[in-house]
Design a protein around this ligand. Sequence first.
Ligand code: MCN
Ligand code: CUM
Length: 788
Amino acid sequence: MFKCKTSPEVGGMGHSVKRKEDARFLHGKGKYTDDVKLPGMLHMVIVRSPYAYAKILSINKEKALAIDGVLAVITGEDLAQYNLHWMPTLLSDSQMVLPTDTVMHQSQEVCAVIATDRYIAVDGAEAVDVQYEPMKAIVNPFKALDEDAPLLRPDKEGQKDNHIYHWERGEREKTDAAIAAADVVVKERIHLPRIHVASIETCGVVASYDKDTEKMLIYLTSQAPHAIRTILALVAGHVGLSEEKIRIIAPDIGGGFGGKVPVYPGYVIAIAASFLIGKPVKWIEDRSENLVNGFARDYHMDCELAATKDGKIQAFKVSTLADHGYTDSSANPSKYPTGMFSICTGSYDYEHAFAELDAVYTNKAPGGVAYRCSFRVTEAVHAIERMVDKLAAEIGKDPAQLRFENFIKKEDFPYASPLGWSYDSGDYKQTLEKAMDMIGYADYKKEQAEKRAQGKLMGIGICTFTEVVGAGPSKDFDILGIKMFDSAEIRVHPTGKALARFGTKSQGQGHETTYAQILAEELGIPYTDIEIDEGDTDTAPYGLGTYASRSTPTAGAAAAIAARKLRDKGKKIAAHLLEVSEEDIEWEVGKYFVKGAPEKSKTIQDVAFAAYTNFPEGMEPGFEATHYYDPPNLTFPNGAYICVVEVEEETGAIDVKRFVAIDDCGNIINPMIVEGQIHGGLTQGIAPAMYEGIVYDDEGNVLNGTLMDYLVPTAVESPHWETGHTITPSPHHPLGAKGVAESPTVGAPPAIANAIIDALYPLGIKHLDIPITPDKVWDAIQVAKAKA
Ligand code: MCN
Ligand code: CUM
């Protein structure tokens, strides 16, 4: 167990101190992008395509321009004059900023109206007359590769069909051979549908170009402001927007969840508009635009799991078809087009695995945008955890027991996985045991047997996942070539208070509190005396931003190491003040003292003051340190989740009775914040498991583009989450911490799906894809009964 080294007042690691940022949020004083109001600011509204696939015959601006207050209608042709009508995606595909001839998905940006206020801009957008010639859209990804399928991306050189890329890892032949020779093989096609992050704040931008200074100031809903600045400079450098002239400020963010990683056309159009007009331009996406456009997942996974007849897992194979819409806009590291999907071998020790994936274009919104996924771990975990349960059911073994018999053992870490990861640490057995104790597993098993005897449907579902977060070591990880380190810069002022800046950007995770706690732990300066600043590219050190639960593994580590550099400098100053040699100085959180004479001491605050007023001769003045941290490995948090459900046979209604989540993210900085992250993430796990899913018709129309039809669970739909943790520190992280924020969203859906399918198993139902809604359950029950 973790023991706190600091007092609650200092508030180092392990203290559940209240979040410093909440005073401002709870009083409605947060400053979001839409709160930015600049003198002379114009407003932009986007005209969007009603068709999923169509030729644009004409765009008539006249009526719109005739409206008093409408200043411009910007089209693809306008941007093409500056070569700004296309942009790269984060994964080196290309995406239209505005189309010049063809629209590729419903609600794609067609043109933008700039006006003196938003209402006028909306009127202007309605007055723009666009003529289309609709074409037959490709909606089903399995048909995208048919001989007669139209070539969706003729703009791409060498593109002969709608196949984007093939990716594979592992040994195909050996895995196939192991599967062919196995006693038992279970198979399933598993689909994870498109879902939406639905953050409270939609995306937005205020771009303000100053023609006199040639500086472009951009307020942006961005999880990665530095990376976006670099990309913008690369895209628009030729028109004079070079990197030193661009300042991006990501103010408070009302939920990112991955949806604020990409660069959206709306951002670029507003920036281009401000550049051309020379006035500030604001674009704030409305709810429907937000719901129809962004999305995550959409993996169709063909899985095969092979085992001996007693359930010793021998091999796993998964072949995936990924529907990426009209462009691959995945926010993944360059060398990982499928993200960390190769973690799909899970928490189990076996030799043979093979994973492959083919990505295809369809007439849907740009694909691969993240959603609390750790770069595709959600999909990987769903695949292996569903299959392990399926295997357990097939051979009639308790799924907990099957897991215990296959777990990677505590003493086997670092563990080399068959698809190439080096898991850093874990004690899976302990974590699952704790979850089983907490929920009372054995009792539920008995109750289930009794209920089944009475013909009632009750299910118990387990998920024991391994996550992989903290991208990442620069030798393997980059985004568009930029290595995935992260940074911290600390300034301790003469009075012992501090300002620390980071290359990451909180969207609700509580960084203003937890980074201060890390520094409190390392320096002994109370966390309340430390200001944390993120998101302004003119002031923060360069970093790759906050996603993939990387902040603690990267920037958190940078904070600890920068603080240790300060401590080393402080030691010299303390020796000078106490008139002893440096070797005679010892450190205990918050103060330096003379070895053997603890009464002779100087606090960190004394030392900070001396760094500006009384430092040793020849020493560089000041008390500042910076560190850019390049992690040696990723961190591998894990968890054991157990869910108990009851299903009503007559209606298909699902009642989640209990849900226990035990997480292991190594040493914990703030237990309350981690618990909050888990609660939120579990709710975002039950969402795709039972409620959410973007639905398309055959023509590519999104059928649930409003919150009336797209069911985001509220407190009413959320069960009472019961949480706990085990602690297996990361051996390579300076604080022994691992990232945690996405674990619950990764772990919850298969636990819930497994529970519901376990409930339905006596009826002969062996698999259902998420979202498992009451009507889907009811249909499945009718089919099962008809067969029986
Ligand atoms: N933490 C801790 N001890 C640990 C690990 C983490 O106290 N051992 C704390 C951290 O200090 C931080 C929080 O937990 O305050 C999350 O840390 P971490 O796991 O490092 O994840 P990030 O800060 O990088 O957050 C990103 C992650 C992602 S990728 C998505 S998506 C997501 C998530 O965070 N989006 C969120 N949680 C969210 N929570 C809110 N409120 N809003 C979002 O948009
Ligand atoms: Cu995968 S969503 Mo988060 O990584 O921003």
